[in-house]
Design a binder for this molecule. Structure first.
Ligand code: F6P
Length: 359
C-alpha cells in the first residue's frame, strides 16, 4: 500500500528533468499519494530542509524549464561515501543503509530516481537491498542501454547545428577549418546526429578511433574542390587510433573529458597547413528549455514510473520501446553502454554522403 513516494534527480542535468518531476507529482496526486522531493540526489536526506513536500502548486509551470527544481550532483555516491580520517587519506564507505533508513524515517514507501548510468547503478544497488525503487533514464548523451532514447538528447542535439551553422559563415569568410567539440563521454550520438544535421565535413566519435591522415586528406580534397573552409565535429570522448581520450581534470570524482578539439585542430594545421580554430560547446548543450519531444518523453516517463510504483514493479527502469514506454530491469539498463552502431543507418548515411568519420 503506497501512501508517500519520493523523487530525486542525480548526475548531470538534462533538459526535461522538471517535466518528469511535474508528471510524477500530478500522477501521484491523482492516486492520493504524497510526494517528497529529495534535494541534490541523495544529499538532501542528510541535510536540514533537504527533503521538501511537492504538491500541484510546487510543480506549476515547470514543464518547459531546464535544470531541475530539486538540484542535482554527480558527486557524493552514497555507495562510495568519502570519509577523511584526521590527517589521513580519504577512504570510501558504503552508506546505502543510511539512505534506506533516512527514507524510512520520512515515511517514504517508494523512490523514483531520475538519473543516468551512475544514478541508475546506485538505484540498482539500493533495489538489491530491498528498497522499492523505480528508475527514470536521463542523459543528454543517449548512451543508456535498454531505452531507445533518453530525454534531453534531442534538445542537446538541436543546440549544436545552430552553432555549427554560425561557424560555417565565419569559417568561409576566413577560409579556415573550424573544429567544434560536442558532449558525449563514451558514445558519439550527439556528435553524429548534430554533425550530420549541421553538414559537418568530418565527424569524430569514440566508436571510431580516428586517423589524422584520413581527416587531413578529407580536408585537402575539399579545398582542392574550391571549398576553402571545413567544419569538423569532435565528440569530447573521441580519440585517435592507438591513443586515448583526453581528460582535462583527473582529480577526485568523475574524470572530466575535454580538449580533443584543440588536439585535432593542431593536427589539421600540422597535416594540411590550413589555418584552424577550435571551440568547445560544452554545457550550452545541457542548458535551456527542453524541446517539445523531450518534454513529452519526460512526461511519459514520469507517469509511467508512477504507474510502475502502483503496480508494485520495483527494481526496474521505465524505457522507451516505441510506441510504448515499458519496464526493464535496472540490471539490464546498467549492464552496458549504448554505443552508436557502426552498421546502423545514421553511420551509413554519413558514409554515403562522403562525410569523413575519421577512419
Ligand atoms: O553525461 C552527461 C555529460 O554532459 C557528458 O556529456 C559530459 O562529459 C559530462 O556530463 C560533464 O559533466 P560535468 O557537468 O560534471 O562537467
Amino acid at each position: 500500500m503506497i501512501r508517500r513516494i519520493a523523487v530525486n534527480t542525480g548526475g548531470g542535468d538534462a533538459p526535461g528533468l522538471n517535466a518528469v518531476i511535474r508528471a510524477v507529482v500530478l500522477a501521484a496526486d491523482r492516486r492520493g499519494w504524497e510526494v517528497l522531493g529529495i534535494r541534490d540526489s541523495y544529499d538532501g536526506l542528510f541535510e536540514k530542509d533537504g527533503v521538501v513536500k511537492l504538491d500541484r502548486r510546487s510543480v506549476r509551470g515547470i514543464t518547459h524549464l531546464g535544470g531541475t527544481i530539486l538540484g542535482t550532483t554527480n558527486r557524493g555516491n552514497p555507495l562510495r561515501w568519502p570519509v577523511k580520517a584526521e590527517d589521513g587519506p580519504v577512504t570510501y564507505e558504503d552508506h546505502s543503509d543510511a539512505v534506506i533508513e533516512a527514507l524510512a524515517s520520512h515515511g517514504i514507501d517508494a523512490l523514483i530516481a531520475i538519473g543516468g548510468d551512475g544514478s541508475l547503478a546506485i538505484a540498482h544497488s539500493l533495489a538489491e537491498k530491498g528498497l522499492k525503487i523505480v528508475g527514470v533514464p536521463k542523459t543528454i548523451d543517449n548512451d543508456l542501454a535498454a531505452t531507445q532514447l533518453t530525454f534531453g538528447f534531442t534538445t542537446a542535439v538541436e543546440t549544436a547545428p545552430d552553432a555549427i551553422d554560425k561557424l560555417h559563415s565565419t569559417a568561409e569568410a576566413h577560409e579556415r577549418v573550424m573544429v567544434v567539440e560536442l558532449m558525449g563521454r563514451h558514445a558519439g550520438w550527439i556528435a553524429l546526429y548534430a554533425g550530420l544535421a549541421g553538414s559537418a565535413d568530418v565527424i569524430l566519435i569514440p566508436e571510431i578511433p580516428y586517423d589524422m591522415e584520413s581527416v587531413c586528406a578529407k580536408i585537402q580534397a575539399r579545398y582542392r574542390r574550391g571549398r576553402n573552409f571545413a567544419i569538423v565535429v569532435v565528440a569530447e570522448g573521441a580519440f585517435p587510433a592507438g591513443g586515448e581520450p583526453l581528460f582535462k581534470q583527473k582529480s577526485a570524482g568523475q574524470k572530466r573529458l575535454g580538449g580533443m578539439a584543440e588536439v585535432v585542430a593542431e593536427g589539421i594545421t600540422a597535416g594540411t597547413g590550413r589555418e584552424t580554430r577550435s571551440l568547445v560547446l560544452g554545457h550550452l548543450q545541457r542548458g535551456g528549455s527542453p524541446n517539445a519531444y523531450d518534454r513529452l518523453l519526460a512526461l511519459r516517463f514520469g507517469t509511467a514510473a508512477v504507474r510502475l510504483v502502483g503496480e508494485g514493479q520495483f527494481g526496474c527502469m521505465v524505457a522507451l520501446d516505441p510506441p510504448d514506454v515499458l519496464a526493464v530491469p535496472l540490471a539490464e539498463a546498467i549492464a552496458k553502454t549504448k554505443l552508436v552502431p557502426l552498421d546502423g543507418d545514421v553511420v551509413q548515411t554519413a558514409r554515403a554522403m562522403g562525410t569523413c568519420l575519421g577512419d
